[in-house]
Design a protein around this ligand. Structure first.
Ligand code: HEC
Ligand code: HEC
Length: 235
């Protein structure tokens, strides 16, 4: 395929297009109000303890699933083992759509759609990190970046036959019967989750280098085709 032979150039382009995020933090006071949505499950600040979710003191710069004494989901532990570190960028992606970053996270939260709310929340949480001064603050003129995937991409109808053709490479690792030995199953996923997960690798928000490379060389149409194929695959 033409795309394959152009791999290095394509990867470079994807890299440039995918990392245009400056770590803009918003207004901590407004963030305290946004945190009301998290309070049912998380505490932060002096004397904070684990509840349904782990306490969030010192979350910046920490690896995912690294808080001793809290029992994380397998998914979150896998993300931590792969090298997911909580930065403004990865936290922003997790708050926007938790399962896009960590597929089967036990955090049942729909996500914060407003980029402004998310950056305010980041500013609030930053105040409870060990060294807030080390974490970049908002540029006065910076606007929050919206990580939302273009709805047109999510709406693409994938062609499952094209997907089957592309999938042969994926199936050297992912089992077509959905069974997973160390490698997660990717069959029967809702299309949207599949597409979001692939973009999270493409943008290097998800940490796994092999999958970052796999996703990085696929275009929108190819990702949609793969999503359509794997969605229908149960044997
Ligand atoms: C319904 C309960 C619930 C709500 C609401 C919720 N969380 Fe969580 N959160 C969890 C659980 C449970 C986990 C552990 C997830 C896992 O192990 O997969 C978690 C994990 C996290 C983590 C990763 C912690 C780590 O140590 O790796 C962060 C960060 C986080 N939540 C922040 C938030 C923020 C900010 C909000 C509000 C916008 C929020 N959560 C809303 C339950 C919740
Ligand atoms: C060399 C082996 C390998 C190949 C080839 C491969 N993958 Fe993966 N894939 C993995 C591993 C390992 C993981 C788990 C990565 C992680 O922990 O984030 C994964 C994770 C995923 C996930 C996320 C699953 C989850 O539960 O979070 C999706 C979606 C996925 N791969 C799709 C694909 C597609 C589509 C292809 C073909 C274009 C492909 N993979 C090719 C090894 C591979």
């Amino acid at each position: 395929m033409l795309l394959r032979s152009l791999l290095p150039a394509v990867l470079a382009m994807v890299h440039m297009a995918g990392t245009a995020f400056s770590e803009d933090l918003g207004d901590a006071e407004a963030g305290a109000k946004v945190f009301a949505k998290c309070k049912g499950c998380h505490e932060v600040g002096q004397g904070a303890t684990d509840r349904i979710g782990p306490h969030l003191n010192g979350i910046f710069g920490r690896k995912a699933a690294a808080h001793a004494g809290y029992a994380y989901s397998k998914s979150m532990e896998r993300a931590g083992a792969d090298g997911l570190v909580w930065t403004a960028e990865t936290l922003d992606a997790y708050f926007e759509n938790p399962r896009a970053l960590v597929s089967k996270t036990r955090m049942s939260f729909r996500g914060l759609k407003s980029a402004q709310d998310r950056s305010n929340l980041l500013a609030y949480l930053r105040d409870f990190s060990d060294n807030p001064a080390d974490i970049p603050e908002a540029e006065p003129t910076a606007l929050p970046t919206d990580h939302d995937i273009d709805p047109a991409i999510l709406a693409l109808e994938g062609d499952p036959e094209f997907g089957e053709y592309l999938a042969s490479e994926c199936l050297t690792c992912h089992q077509s019967d959905g069974s997973a030995e160390g490698i997660p199953s990717i069959t029967l996923w809702p299309t949207e989750d599949f597409v979001i997960a692939m973009y999270a690798y493409k943008r290097k928000l998800r940490p796994h280098p092999v999958m970052q490379m796999m996703a990085g060389r696929l275009n929108d149409e190819e990702i949609a085709a793969l999503a359509a194929y794997f969605k229908g695959l149960d044997q």
